[in-house]
Design a protein around this ligand. Structure first.
Ligand SMILES: [Zn+2]
Ligand SMILES: [Zn+2]
Length: 357
């Protein structure tokens, strides 16, 4: 195994600083990069060697090991594809550059980066709201207001997130970078300013560079008669703002209907229990049934049995966006008195004797 001198490969002395290593690698990597030397095996090998040297010397722990024990053969690991392009090499350098003076700028560019990723993921601008209503409100409809938080354009910066710019110090305002002038004259879009030649100096203090602000608004919600549990009402353009372009997402209000202790609902039909006296069960007669539409007068047929189900046609729930009404089913419950006085008991016993004859 041939011992490699990483310092020699990078043309450096063993006391080279991190900056020296970076600079030298950058210079050599540009020169021997396979993209620039197609079908040149020699250049490819050289590039691998440079890369290996850089990977070892740029990492403080690896460098310490190398200085102490010498090179380790990493060849197996180096037969990877050259996925790294020139811009990768450069962005690696520039993104490491920390400049206190440009703290705000970095913040800004991170934000831009994040924003770009969001855009790629197709920014979700729709909002969802869960609204609990009573069965009565579901049956009769409801006109109500809800308060929601949404993201709107920051009017202070008009959605730009910033108010003032300075000339980019990297490209000197040209928006382009000249790379390796002595060998090649490659012009490349400036990373720092993204080719604009200028950089944000001050972030908008209202939105902190976001260009968007959280706002609260009241929205009128009209719930149609007969709405069912889990149905969603779509309110157009009431979501978050889209990419600072004054286009808004939609708001979806999902309906949750609270349980009612007297009525059960199945689709458009309603089910309930009614209690009647045993006298009425025997002789029949009028009763008032309280429903969501008010009281309904109903005739109980004589001789009705316990648990008989009475159907009141079209007294159920209206179907949304239709004139169809479901039915109301009432299960009859005959009340048996438990607190008869002596006199009543006497009369009942007499009655039993008559009925048993
Ligand atoms: Zn620039
Ligand atoms: Zn702002």
């Amino acid at each position: 195994m041939k011992k490699k001198d990483y310092y020699e490969i990078l043309g450096l002395s063993s006391n080279a600083s991190f900056e020296d290593i970076k600079m030298s690698y950058r210079k050599l990597a540009m020169k021997y990069h396979p993209d620039r030397n197609p079908n040149n095996k020699e250049a490819e090998d050289k590039f691998k060697e440079i890369k290996e040297a850089y990977e070892n010397l740029s990492d403080p722990i690896k460098r310490k090991n190398y200085d102490k024990y010498g090179s380790v053969n990493y060849n197996d690991n180096l037969n990877n594809n050259f996925n790294e392009t020139f811009s990768d090499i450069f962005s690696e350098f520039f993104s490491n550059e920390e400049d206190e003076e440009y703290e705000n700028i970095n913040k800004w560019s991170n934000f831009r980066k994040k924003k770009k990723n969001n855009d790629d993921l197709n920014e979700n601008i729709d909002l969802y709201y869960k609204l609990k209503i009573t069965l009565n409100e579901a049956i009769n409809g409801l006109n109500t207001y809800i308060e929601i938080y949404y993201l709107d354009i920051c009017l202070n910066c008009n959605g730009t997130g910033s108010k003032s710019y300075i000339k980019c110090n990297l490209c000197k305002g040209k928006g382009k970078l000249n790379i390796q002038k002595s060998f090649f004259n490659i012009k490349q879009k400036c990373y720092k300013c993204n080719g604009k030649g200028k950089i944000v100096r001050l972030l908008c203090k209202f939105c902190n560079g976001d260009g968007k602000l959280k706002k609260k608004k009241k929205i009128n919600i009209k719930i149609p008669k007969g709405i069912e549990n889990g149905m969603k009402i779509k309110i157009y353009n009431s979501g978050n703002v889209y990419k600072n372009r004054k286009i808004y997402g939609n708001l979806y209000v999902e309906i949750f209907i609270k349980n009612n202790i007297f009525f059960k609902r199945i689709k458009n039909d309603l089910f309930c229990k009614i209690s009647i006296s045993y006298y009425k069960a025997i002789f029949g007669g009028k009763i008032n049934i309280s429903t969501f539409y008010g009281k309904i007068l109903f005739y109980i047929p004589k001789g009705i049995q316990n648990n008989t189900i009475l159907k009141l046609k079209n007294k159920g729930i209206k179907k949304v966006n239709s004139n169809f009404y479901g039915d109301l089913y009432c299960s009859v419950f005959i009340k048996i008195p438990i607190d008869l006085n002596k006199f009543q008991k006497k009369k009942l016993i007499k009655l039993k004797k008559i009925l048993d004859k």
